[in-house]
Design a protein. Structure first.
Length: 76
C-alpha cells in the first residue's frame, strides 16, 4: 500500500501528499489502520485502495487512489 501511495504521490496530480513519501513510515501508518482499508487487486498485484480513518479533529478522512495503469478500467 505504501509503495502504491508513493507512486501516485509522485505523479503530483491525484492526491494531496507531495513526494518524497517515506515508504517505511507510511507502511507503519497503514498497518496501524489496516481495518479501515479496502484494496483492489488484479493478478496478485495491489492496484488501488480506499482508506478511511478518524482525523485528529474527530471526523473521518477518506482517501482513494488507483495506480496509473488501472485508471479508467473499473477498480475505482
Amino acid at each position: 500500500m505504501a509503495e502504491l501511495f508513493a507512486a501516485v504521490a509522485g505523479e503530483r496530480t491525484g492526491i494531496l501528499t507531495e513526494p518524497p513519501v517515506d515508504i517505511d513510515e507510511r507502511a507503519v501508518q497503514f498497518a496501524r489502520t489496516a481495518a479501515g482499508s479496502v484494496v483492489a487487486v488484479a493478478d496478485g498485484q495491489l492496484i488501488g485502495m480506499l482508506h478511511m480513518e478518524a482525523s485528529r479533529y474527530g471526523f473521518g478522512e477518506i482517501g482513494m487512489l488507483v495506480g496509473r495503469d488501472w485508471r479508467g478500467r473499473g477498480p475505482g
